[in-house]
Design a protein around this ligand. Structure first.
Ligand code: ATP
Length: 240
């Protein structure tokens, strides 16, 4: 405690045409850690991270990244500061090749000089992507598209990588490999905000976690203590 947070979110809110999706959400993301944002379907997780990354504009509160106010910064500016959002649903360019998808992301100003080494690093992390570099992204399996989506995030040299439900729809083996990858990236000094409905595996690797319900943070604490918390167990782990 005492160290300033890498990302500090204070009281952000969002409504979709009058319907409240997120209200007064606050969280602190320390540098060097894995922080989890968990919650069920429609809790407001995606809306929250879109506000953080600048894809949606909060109607209240403030967002600071590394001490800089980014409350009103659009996504193309936050990415240049080192904040990378890997969106839910593996939004890759289906009609571009694997390589082209990576190059598009790698051309941001902050990462341009290290484009070649970043590419090698991504192919090193994900050999399948290297083998399929000339194939259309749309022809990849779901797991490979998720790897490509994460690879695109890594091409921007992120300081904070926000992963929105990276395990969604993947087989148990692929889910485990995604969680190991998150640990590995974190050990390589990338701070991570992991947004998940896969509560058990997420809290097992998260240093700290926040629980979002109906647009509000209802609980937060160390990953391991949330994992054994009776309320969390009852609501998300299927047993009390
Ligand atoms: P999921 O895991 O299902 O994506 P989530 O926790 O990410 O859930 P959000 O996608 O942020 O939740 O959605 C929060 C609320 O806002 C939900 O009630 C959802 O139906 C609503 N919502 C999300 N996107 C829109 C939109 N484009 N227009 C209207 N309502 C929306």
């Amino acid at each position: 405690d005492g160290a300033p947070a890498l990302l500090s979110v204070s009281g952000i809110s969002y409504d979709y045409s009058g319907m409240n999706a997120v209200s007064d959400c606050s969280l602190d993301i320390p540098a060097g850690a894995i922080t989890a944002l968990i919650g069920g379907n429609g809790a407001g997780k995606t809306t929250s991270v879109k506000m953080i990354a600048g894809a949606l504009r909060s109607r209240s509160g403030s967002i600071r990244f590394d001490g800089v106010d980014i409350t009103a910064s659009p996504a193309h500016e936050t990415v240049e500061m080192g904040l990378a959002l890997v969106p839910e649903g593996r939004l890759v360019f289906q009609h571009l090749s694997v390589l082209e998808n990576l190059l598009v992301s790698g051309h941001v100003r902050r990462a341009r000089a290290s484009l070649q080494s970043n590419l090698e690093r991504v192919f090193d992390l994900f050999p399948r992507l290297g083998e399929r570099r000339s194939q259309n992204a749309g022809s990849l399996s779901g797991g490979e598209q998720q790897m490509l989506a994460i690879g695109r995030g890594l091409m921007t040299n992120p300081r904070l990588l926000i992963l929105d439900e990276p395990s969604l729809g993947l087989s148990p083996i692929l889910v485990s490999s995604i969680f190991s990858l998150v640990r590995k990236l974190n050990e390589e000094s990338i701070s991570v905000l992991l947004v998940e409905q896969n509560v058990h595996q997420t809290l097992a690797i998260a240093h700290y976690g926040y629980v979002l319900e109906k647009g509000k943070i209802v609980q937060h604490g160390e990953g391991r203590s949330l994992l054994v918390d009776p309320k969390v167990k009852e609501a998300y782990l299927g047993f009390a």
